[in-house]
Design a protein around this ligand. Structure first.
Ligand SMILES: [Ca+2]
Length: 321
């Protein structure tokens, strides 16, 4: 029985790769997608999420828009995902558009947590944590202790990627990130930048995508992002932030973890959005998160491309992109 997952996302090139990964992986079933302002404004990321679902024939997966802005600051954006958020792809509105009545992300998440009550469930948080914080504030009673929340966020022993010490998702909404880490009523796993910076695909690796049209589409998606990573992070390749979080939903046993106490700085200094870890030997609080410290990279590559190769790419999107 596949694990039912809700993906909260802000596509974003790596979000798009993670969505494709989740849709193709047989270990999970993407039951719901929710969107949050992050890499771009809410309307752009919602359109991009819908577009990616359409491209791989998953238009029936519901997409529900969430927060237009963070809890306590103005929205920030990212510069590494190209003009419209999907690298060299120019996403047009597809015929399917939004499906049915528009349902808000909070309503959709409430339904997800109520409906899937007999199944294994995981929330995969690939965006700033605004939507997840809202749900935890109002719907904590709907969570089960064995639910999993996988968060792409935090920088522990590496520099930040949005300011000197803060990781992008935490920096975009520090109040939400801290609320989630401090109050999540389920098991929380954090995939930090430390792990992502060590696990990178090259553009050449995309040759493992068998369908030539899908391969060309993914090259268009990733090329600018890989150059931006080289420019901004000194890493020449496709940093797999969000796909690694998705892999943690499909294969939790492919990672090693360290139990940590982690919160997020919500002050107004250079440290805003920084992940704060208590590593004192004496007197530190009980751990609240499992932080992924290593991953079986060969298994990731095999699973990731296996999932992509199981999808049916609609070639008309390559002609129209
Ligand atoms: Ca993201």
């Amino acid at each position: 029985m596949p694990t039912q997952i809700l993906v909260d996302t802000d596509p974003g090139v790596d979000d798009a790769l993670a969505l494709c990964f989740g849709l193709g992986a047989r270990e999970v079933e993407v039951a719901q997608v929710t969107t949050c302002c992050g890499n771009f404004d809410l309307d752009t990321v919602t359109r991009n999420a819908q577009y990616i679902l359409d491209v791989v024939g998953a238009s029936t997966v519901p997409v529900s828009p969430g927060a237009r802005r963070p809890r306590a600051q103005l929205p920030l954006t990212s510069a590494v995902h190209g003009k419209a958020g999907l690298g060299g792809i120019c996403p047009r509105q597809s015929g399917s558009q939004m499906h049915g009545e528009e349902v808000s992300s909070s309503e959709a998440t409430r339904t997800f947590l109520s409906d899937q009550c007999g199944e294994a469930r995981t929330l995969v948080a690939l965006a700033p944590l605004t939507n997840i914080a809202d749900v935890i504030s109002t719907e904590a009673h709907r969570f089960r202790a064995d639910d999993r929340l996988v968060i792409l966020g935090g920088a522990i022993d590496v520099p930040g990627n949005k300011g000197p010490v803060a990781e992008f998702n935490f920096r975009c909404d520090p109040e939400a990130a801290d609320l989630v880490l401090g109050n999540a009523p389920c098991r929380v796993t954090v995939i930090p930048l430390d792990l992502c910076m060590r696990n990178v695909l090259s553009m050449q690796d995309l040759r493992l995508v068998r369908d030539p049209a899908f391969r060309a589409f993914l090259r268009l998606l990733c090329e600018e992002y890989a150059s931006a990573n080289a420019r901004e992070e000194g890493i020449d390749g496709i940093i797999m932030y969000d796909p690694l979080a998705m892999f943690c939903a499909t294969h939790p046993n492919a990672f090693t973890y360290e139990q940590m106490w982690m919160r997020v700085d919500t002050g107004d200094s250079f440290a805003r959005g920084m992940s704060v870890i208590d590593r004192r030997l004496q007197g530190r609080p009980a751990p609240n998160v499992s932080v992924a410290t290593s991953v079986d990279w060969c298994l990731f590559v095999e699973t990731f491309f296996g999932a992509l190769n199981s999808l049916t790419f609609d070639e008309s999107f390559l002609r129209n992109s």
